[in-house]
Design a protein. Structure first.
Length: 271
């Protein structure tokens, strides 16, 4: 509200007194005025981002002039009507809306050590290997059944001792990790598909192998090979993931309320 009042007063003064307008004008690019306030705001932005950098006002003004020249040229070329540019602008608007409504709440969010520990017990950092058969997201039931059957047959060979999991992965897996016997190294849940992670965590102990698991990428046989304890974990990373989850939950809640107010119609043919 204070900013709005301040801007309103400046506009009134500018209409009454040309001298005041001249003071607030830092530069002019054709008919567009770059104000002293814009220069000050840019200086503050740079100093916050990197206190070690101290550009002069002249450098800032030149930067803003070049930016405005480019913007005007883009409008001459009607880039503001280009579908790709419009989509980028819409993404910026989306993020700006989330920041405006939830940014302050996000800044206040904190995670205690006990909260992090409890979360980690359910979402540990794991090491897994897999044998993978690729399938498109829109694969038919027959295609999925064939891939699942093939992995079940491979699993039977592994259980019988005819071949090790690593050997089977090298021979049959369609993932780049095949050369490493299917090894994916240690990963947190943010670096694994949710269905993959859930199935891997459910495995009781290292060496256990899952039934075929479907993900958007295809079908997997998963072998748990390691699980880091809370003591071994990167607690900073754990808290970062927890914060990200909480923020995503709040965004989903916020957008859900907006959706309820909108008239939405989804075509069945698109599904």
């Amino acid at each position: 509200m204070k900013k709005i009042l301040t801007l309103s007063m400046m506009c009134c003064l500018a209409l009454v007194s040309p001298e005041v307008h001249a003071v607030t004008e830092a530069a002019r690019v054709n008919d567009h005025v770059i104000t002293q306030e814009e220069v000050n705001a840019r200086l503050i932005e740079i100093s916050r981002a990197n206190p070690a950098i101290a550009p002069t006002r002249k450098q800032i003004i030149e930067e803003l002039v070049k930016r405005e020249v480019a913007i005007q040229e883009a409008r001459k070329l009607k880039l503001d009507q280009d579908p790709i540019v419009i989509e980028r602008i819409n993404n910026v608007l989306y993020l700006a809306l989330v920041e405006k409504n939830l940014g302050a709440e996000f800044e206040r969010m904190t995670i205690s050590d006990s909260e992090a520990k409890n979360w980690y017990q359910k979402n540990p950092e794991i090491r897994a290997s897999h044998i993978f058969i690729a399938l498109p997201p829109q694969a038919t039931q027959e295609e999925e059944a064939r891939a699942t059957k093939r992995l079940s047959e491979i699993q039977a060979e592994i259980k019988s001792g005819k071949v090790s999991f690593a050997e089977a992965a090298q021979k049959h897996s369609e993932d780049p990790s095949a050369a490493l016997g299917g090894d994916l190294d240690y990963r947190m849940k943010d670096r694994l598909d949710p269905s993959f992670f859930k199935a891997a965590v459910k495995l009781g102990k290292p060496g256990d192998i899952s039934a075929p698991v479907r993900t958007p990428f295809g079908v997997h046989l998963i072998r748990l090979t390691g699980k880091r304890t809370w003591v071994e974990s990167d607690r900073t990373q754990v808290k970062r993931l927890m914060l990200e989850e909480r923020r995503q939950e709040r965004v989903a809640e916020f957008l859900g309320k907006l959706r309820q107010k909108a008239k939405v119609n989804i075509s069945e043919r698109a599904l």
